[in-house]
Design a protein around this ligand. Sequence first.
Ligand SMILES: C[S@@+](CC[C@H](N)C(=O)[O-])C[C@H]1O[C@@H](n2cnc3c(N)ncnc32)[C@H](O)[C@@H]1O
Length: 239
Amino acid sequence: MVRYQSKDGKGILLVGDSRAMPVLPDRSVAVILTSPPYWVRGKGRDSALRYAKQIATEHSREWLRVLAPRGEVWIIMGDRHDGREWIGMDAILADSLHKAGWLLQTKAFWTEEPSTLRWDDRINYLLRFTKAGVRCKLPKATLCWHLPIPWSPPGSLWDAMPPGIVRRLLNLSPSGIVLDPFFGSGAVGAVAARMGRPWIGVERDRSQARVAARRLRLRRIQGMALEGAKLPLQFQDPK
Ligand SMILES: C[S@@+](CC[C@H](N)C(=O)[O-])C[C@H]1O[C@@H](n2cnc3c(N)ncnc32)[C@H](O)[C@@H]1O
């Protein structure tokens, strides 16, 4: 497996498919903050339902394994008008994840202006989930932003997430390792690193991984996947 590492050893980028992350121990991650590839292919509710089911079944089962019992998942997810109607992706995704063992705990919004996408792709949900049976602290304020799309590094294929929002969400989440299983050009890793938090990214597209590695000044490493990393792989539950 190709991997990259930050100079201080607190950040690791694994190049591969995050549907299986065997190098990550069970219950080692404090927060998963990620934006999965958006629902852009297909039209209509059946297609949207298939998309959400795929995230819940193919991806979130591995998240359940690596996430600490009181860990949290933030998903940043666009919505879309498919030419006939708004799809309501937040409810569709929450329903699929509920069936897979997750509870939706917080719902927040980011609307972007201008957008490289169609006007109706500019609404982003920020959804916080915990494992079923877990309660998390609710934010005191309503989390809602209207912001321009931030800078993306050259070669990035995606609109970036505003760093201020990533920082705010990480501040609300338990301390410990931050995982982004759809790392792209590394917006989450960049903010986590600035906050001094240990982070792990997984990206299956080699060219996007190279963009992220350049942006975060990571070194390509030979050897076993997490060898030499300074990551707190034993998660301490907050008292
Ligand atoms: C919406 S983009 C993420 C953008 C990211 N937040 C950024 O800062 O650039 C989704 C990313 O997930 C990656 N991806 C899709 N399926 C994956 C998988 N199974 N494992 C790992 N990465 C995957 C895509 O290659 C893409 O770069």
